[in-house]
Design a protein. Structure first.
Length: 222
Protein backbone atom coordinates (compact mmCIF):
# COMPACT_ATOMS: atom_id res chain seq x y z
CA UNK A 1 0.00 0.00 0.00
CA UNK A 2 2.83 2.38 0.84
CA UNK A 3 4.54 1.73 -2.48
CA UNK A 4 1.28 2.41 -4.33
CA UNK A 5 0.69 5.63 -2.37
CA UNK A 6 4.18 6.96 -3.06
CA UNK A 7 3.77 6.22 -6.76
CA UNK A 8 0.41 8.01 -6.86
CA UNK A 9 0.68 11.27 -4.87
CA UNK A 10 -2.68 12.47 -6.16
CA UNK A 11 -4.36 9.40 -4.65
CA UNK A 12 -2.50 9.96 -1.40
CA UNK A 13 -3.67 13.59 -1.32
CA UNK A 14 -7.26 12.55 -1.99
CA UNK A 15 -7.29 9.92 0.76
CA UNK A 16 -5.88 12.27 3.39
CA UNK A 17 -8.46 14.92 2.50
CA UNK A 18 -11.35 12.49 2.14
CA UNK A 19 -10.57 10.80 5.46
CA UNK A 20 -8.47 13.24 7.54
CA UNK A 21 -8.76 11.10 10.67
CA UNK A 22 -6.65 8.46 8.88
CA UNK A 23 -3.94 10.87 7.72
CA UNK A 24 -1.41 9.57 10.24
CA UNK A 25 -1.92 5.99 9.02
CA UNK A 26 -1.54 6.98 5.37
CA UNK A 27 1.58 9.03 6.09
CA UNK A 28 3.11 6.19 8.08
CA UNK A 29 2.44 3.69 5.30
CA UNK A 30 4.09 5.94 2.74
CA UNK A 31 7.05 6.79 4.97
CA UNK A 32 7.86 3.17 5.84
CA UNK A 33 7.41 1.78 2.32
CA UNK A 34 10.33 0.49 0.29
CA UNK A 35 11.64 3.08 -2.16
CA UNK A 36 10.69 1.64 -5.54
CA UNK A 37 11.19 2.95 -9.09
CA UNK A 38 10.64 -0.23 -11.08
CA UNK A 39 7.37 0.15 -13.02
CA UNK A 40 6.43 -3.52 -12.80
CA UNK A 41 6.95 -3.63 -9.05
CA UNK A 42 4.88 -0.46 -8.62
CA UNK A 43 2.09 -1.94 -10.73
CA UNK A 44 2.13 -5.11 -8.65
CA UNK A 45 1.80 -2.98 -5.52
CA UNK A 46 -1.11 -1.06 -7.05
CA UNK A 47 -2.89 -4.28 -8.02
CA UNK A 48 -2.35 -5.71 -4.55
CA UNK A 49 -3.80 -2.60 -2.92
CA UNK A 50 -6.83 -2.61 -5.21
CA UNK A 51 -7.52 -6.29 -4.59
CA UNK A 52 -7.28 -5.67 -0.83
CA UNK A 53 -10.03 -3.04 -0.90
CA UNK A 54 -12.21 -4.63 -3.57
CA UNK A 55 -14.91 -5.66 -1.09
CA UNK A 56 -15.04 -2.17 0.38
CA UNK A 57 -15.44 -0.60 -3.06
CA UNK A 58 -18.48 -2.73 -3.87
CA UNK A 59 -20.04 -1.70 -0.56
CA UNK A 60 -19.95 1.93 -1.68
CA UNK A 61 -21.90 1.17 -4.87
CA UNK A 62 -25.23 -0.17 -3.58
CA UNK A 63 -26.79 -0.22 -7.02
CA UNK A 64 -24.27 -2.95 -7.91
CA UNK A 65 -24.43 -4.89 -4.65
CA UNK A 66 -27.66 -6.70 -5.46
CA UNK A 67 -26.20 -7.88 -8.75
CA UNK A 68 -22.71 -8.90 -7.65
CA UNK A 69 -23.04 -10.05 -4.02
CA UNK A 70 -24.30 -13.63 -3.85
CA UNK A 71 -25.53 -13.20 -0.29
CA UNK A 72 -28.01 -10.61 -1.59
CA UNK A 73 -28.97 -11.94 -5.02
CA UNK A 74 -29.47 -15.55 -3.87
CA UNK A 75 -30.75 -14.93 -0.35
CA UNK A 76 -34.29 -15.85 0.70
CA UNK A 77 -35.83 -13.53 3.31
CA UNK A 78 -37.87 -16.45 4.67
CA UNK A 79 -34.65 -17.62 6.35
CA UNK A 80 -34.68 -14.46 8.49
CA UNK A 81 -38.23 -14.97 9.73
CA UNK A 82 -37.37 -18.50 10.86
CA UNK A 83 -34.96 -17.09 13.44
CA UNK A 84 -37.38 -15.07 15.58
CA UNK A 85 -40.90 -13.64 15.77
CA UNK A 86 -40.70 -10.21 14.11
CA UNK A 87 -44.40 -9.40 14.38
CA UNK A 88 -44.86 -5.92 15.93
CA UNK A 89 -41.27 -5.92 17.24
CA UNK A 90 -38.73 -3.09 17.41
CA UNK A 91 -35.68 -4.18 15.45
CA UNK A 92 -32.13 -2.92 14.89
CA UNK A 93 -30.10 -3.89 11.82
CA UNK A 94 -26.40 -3.23 12.54
CA UNK A 95 -24.23 -2.54 9.50
CA UNK A 96 -27.36 -2.55 7.37
CA UNK A 97 -25.55 -2.07 4.06
CA UNK A 98 -28.08 -1.72 1.25
CA UNK A 99 -30.87 -2.95 3.52
CA UNK A 100 -31.13 -6.67 2.77
CA UNK A 101 -32.23 -7.50 6.32
CA UNK A 102 -33.81 -4.13 7.05
CA UNK A 103 -36.40 -4.17 4.29
CA UNK A 104 -37.28 -7.80 4.92
CA UNK A 105 -37.80 -7.22 8.65
CA UNK A 106 -39.94 -4.14 7.98
CA UNK A 107 -42.60 -6.34 6.39
CA UNK A 108 -43.49 -7.71 9.84
CA UNK A 109 -41.86 -5.50 12.48
CA UNK A 110 -43.39 -2.39 14.00
CA UNK A 111 -40.15 -0.42 13.56
CA UNK A 112 -36.77 -1.18 12.05
CA UNK A 113 -33.72 0.99 12.66
CA UNK A 114 -30.90 0.60 10.13
CA UNK A 115 -27.49 1.57 11.53
CA UNK A 116 -24.94 2.03 8.72
CA UNK A 117 -21.62 3.96 8.78
CA UNK A 118 -21.25 4.33 4.99
CA UNK A 119 -22.97 7.48 3.74
CA UNK A 120 -23.74 6.23 0.23
CA UNK A 121 -25.49 3.19 1.65
CA UNK A 122 -27.58 5.32 4.01
CA UNK A 123 -28.60 7.49 1.06
CA UNK A 124 -29.48 4.40 -0.97
CA UNK A 125 -31.76 3.07 1.78
CA UNK A 126 -33.41 6.46 2.32
CA UNK A 127 -34.08 6.78 -1.40
CA UNK A 128 -35.69 3.35 -1.45
CA UNK A 129 -37.76 4.16 1.63
CA UNK A 130 -39.05 7.32 -0.04
CA UNK A 131 -39.60 5.66 -3.41
CA UNK A 132 -41.57 2.78 -1.91
CA UNK A 133 -43.32 4.95 0.71
CA UNK A 134 -42.14 2.79 3.62
CA UNK A 135 -43.21 4.23 6.96
CA UNK A 136 -41.56 2.03 9.59
CA UNK A 137 -37.81 2.29 8.82
CA UNK A 138 -35.37 4.83 10.22
CA UNK A 139 -31.80 5.04 8.89
CA UNK A 140 -29.02 6.29 11.19
CA UNK A 141 -25.24 6.58 11.25
CA UNK A 142 -23.51 4.21 13.65
CA UNK A 143 -20.72 1.69 14.21
CA UNK A 144 -21.11 -1.74 15.75
CA UNK A 145 -18.92 -0.65 18.68
CA UNK A 146 -20.77 2.65 19.20
CA UNK A 147 -24.48 2.15 18.57
CA UNK A 148 -26.41 5.41 19.07
CA UNK A 149 -29.17 3.94 21.23
CA UNK A 150 -29.92 3.54 24.96
CA UNK A 151 -29.66 0.23 26.78
CA UNK A 152 -32.48 -2.28 26.35
CA UNK A 153 -34.07 -0.59 23.32
CA UNK A 154 -34.72 -3.42 20.84
CA UNK A 155 -36.56 -6.73 20.78
CA UNK A 156 -34.28 -8.01 18.01
CA UNK A 157 -30.74 -6.94 17.08
CA UNK A 158 -29.54 -8.45 13.81
CA UNK A 159 -26.53 -8.20 11.53
CA UNK A 160 -24.73 -9.90 8.68
CA UNK A 161 -21.02 -9.61 7.77
CA UNK A 162 -20.41 -7.27 10.73
CA UNK A 163 -19.30 -9.11 13.87
CA UNK A 164 -15.82 -10.59 13.88
CA UNK A 165 -13.10 -7.99 14.35
CA UNK A 166 -13.52 -7.54 18.10
CA UNK A 167 -15.77 -10.39 19.18
CA UNK A 168 -16.24 -9.59 22.86
CA UNK A 169 -16.72 -5.83 22.46
CA UNK A 170 -19.01 -6.13 19.45
CA UNK A 171 -21.28 -8.74 21.01
CA UNK A 172 -21.35 -6.76 24.24
CA UNK A 173 -22.59 -3.69 22.36
CA UNK A 174 -25.26 -5.68 20.53
CA UNK A 175 -26.34 -7.15 23.86
CA UNK A 176 -26.40 -3.73 25.53
CA UNK A 177 -29.08 -2.33 23.21
CA UNK A 178 -31.15 -5.54 23.21
CA UNK A 179 -33.91 -6.14 25.75
CA UNK A 180 -33.77 -9.10 28.09
CA UNK A 181 -35.48 -12.08 26.41
CA UNK A 182 -34.77 -10.44 23.05
CA UNK A 183 -32.75 -12.00 20.25
CA UNK A 184 -29.35 -11.43 18.68
CA UNK A 185 -29.30 -12.70 15.09
CA UNK A 186 -26.35 -13.23 12.73
CA UNK A 187 -27.58 -13.79 9.18
CA UNK A 188 -24.81 -13.40 6.54
CA UNK A 189 -27.04 -14.73 3.77
CA UNK A 190 -25.87 -18.13 2.55
CA UNK A 191 -27.91 -19.29 -0.44
CA UNK A 192 -27.42 -23.04 0.11
CA UNK A 193 -28.71 -25.13 3.07
CA UNK A 194 -25.25 -25.93 4.37
CA UNK A 195 -23.77 -26.01 7.83
CA UNK A 196 -20.79 -23.98 6.65
CA UNK A 197 -19.17 -23.09 9.97
CA UNK A 198 -17.62 -25.56 12.38
CA UNK A 199 -18.80 -26.11 15.93
CA UNK A 200 -15.72 -24.30 17.28
CA UNK A 201 -16.84 -21.11 15.54
CA UNK A 202 -16.39 -17.95 17.58
CA UNK A 203 -20.14 -17.37 17.84
CA UNK A 204 -20.83 -20.95 18.90
CA UNK A 205 -18.15 -20.70 21.60
CA UNK A 206 -20.03 -17.68 22.93
CA UNK A 207 -23.34 -19.46 23.21
CA UNK A 208 -24.93 -18.73 19.81
CA UNK A 209 -27.06 -21.43 18.23
CA UNK A 210 -25.97 -22.41 14.68
CA UNK A 211 -28.60 -23.16 12.06
CA UNK A 212 -28.62 -24.10 8.40
CA UNK A 213 -28.10 -21.40 5.77
CA UNK A 214 -25.22 -20.03 7.85
CA UNK A 215 -27.45 -18.41 10.49
CA UNK A 216 -26.83 -17.91 14.19
CA UNK A 217 -28.96 -16.67 17.06
CA UNK A 218 -28.74 -16.12 20.78
CA UNK A 219 -31.44 -15.11 23.23
CA UNK A 220 -30.41 -12.34 25.58
CA UNK A 221 -30.91 -12.99 29.28
CA UNK A 222 -30.14 -10.08 31.59
Amino acid sequence: MGIALNANPVVKWYLTHRCPECTHIIEELALNAEKVKDAEQIRNAENYALMSVEDFIIYTTPELMAETCYFISSWNKAHLFELADFESKTVLDVGAGSGRLTFAAAEQAAWVYASEPVGTLREYMRDKIKRENIKNIRVVDGLVLELPFPDNTFDIVMSGHVVGDFWEDEIAELTRVCKSDGWLLDCPGAAEPTFVRQQDDELVKRGWEPLFYDRYRKQVIK
